[in-house]
Design a protein around this ligand. Sequence first.
Ligand code: PMP
Length: 414
Amino acid sequence: VFANVPAAPADPLFSLIAAYKADTFDKKVDLGIGAYRTDEAKPWVLPVVKKADAIIRDDPDLDHEYLPIAGLSSFTSAAARLIFGDDSPALAQKRVVSIQAISGTGALHTGAKFFSKFYPRPQNQKVYLSNPTWGNHVQIFENVGLPTTYYPYYHPATRGLDFEGLTNALRNADEGSIFVLHACAHNPTGVDPTHEQWEKIADIMAEKKLFPFFDCAYQGFASGSLDEDAWAVRHFVKKGFELCIAQSFSKNLGLYNERVGCYHFVSPPLADADVPAGDLCDVSMRIKSQLAIIQRSEISNPPAYGARIGDIVLNDPALFAEWKQNLETMAGRIILMRKLLVEKLKELGTPGDWSHVTKQIGMFSFTGLTEKQVMRLREEAHIYMTKNGRISMAGLNSRNVEYFARAVDKVVRE
Ligand code: PMP
């Protein structure tokens, strides 16, 4: 019956990792995968995560029973406070539904599935994704039957934001269109709107009645500050939007394979008289019941280990403070690598203006290298990056940054 199933293309990023692993050259450089590396090019288990892990292991009452369908509530409520802020009007009005998810990807899927079932799209309204965006976004939405399209985002000439293109797209989209917005540290470009630009984006979205669907995969990882990286989301909440957020803890807790995340849905502001005494307002309760059905049918209940780690780190004041230091370590090393790379390129007199590397933020930099240059770097220098010229800044360190700069210098000149 399935004899004619066509072969799907391999995932480009995971194929890149395989090619890197198979390369035996001793100076090879991995700038592909979006995972943090130390200055020794090693994965980093956050010290605070080690402490939380020890607490879990020392707990004589630890068992392996199922979690509730919506996940570990002490974790999901702390995750909500983390993104919305302790003083969030949405939390105060009990109009935030939070459901544990299989990391950011699972949270995006939960949201997409909920939209496919309940979001009214009388004009076949689309899901707008930034051009470019994280490679998985298209299939996550398309897989549940939601059509996608792109809004302009990156301006190749300035290697910055195409603000005019973006705002024009907002103005021209059908009312009710869904816009997926990267909350901070845009992947793959590393280009984020400024606060003033976010304010303008929010104003137009409110006027045009567009739905903000935030993807937040790098809170604390971009600037090193959890609050700064949540600024855009909090601004939209303050403005009274109905919105949702897919929240990942892969990067900021370094828990990539534990799949720990959350999907949050924020309902519109309530009149004071309608704020419930109980846990959640009426509409949030109904939304939560539907999200629970989706969760139950797809994974039944979420995995516990990563959520327990998050629960301990987010709820223990001393560990929370230590986590912030760990985040500063990661963000700080990446920011330093941006500076070092630009310095080396300047020293070499490499043609071009490389200031975008230090202006961009988060895990990635969109270098502006062409596909041909990327392929030459792979073949001649054993440097691995995605074809669009994106580099994972965490793959650079004090030992390989000069090697990388020299290789770039060479391919840019020829
Ligand atoms: N969104 C974006 C923009 C990402 O970069 C990532 C990770 N690469 C994710 C979501 C989801 O990652 P995860 O499922 O590991 O949390």
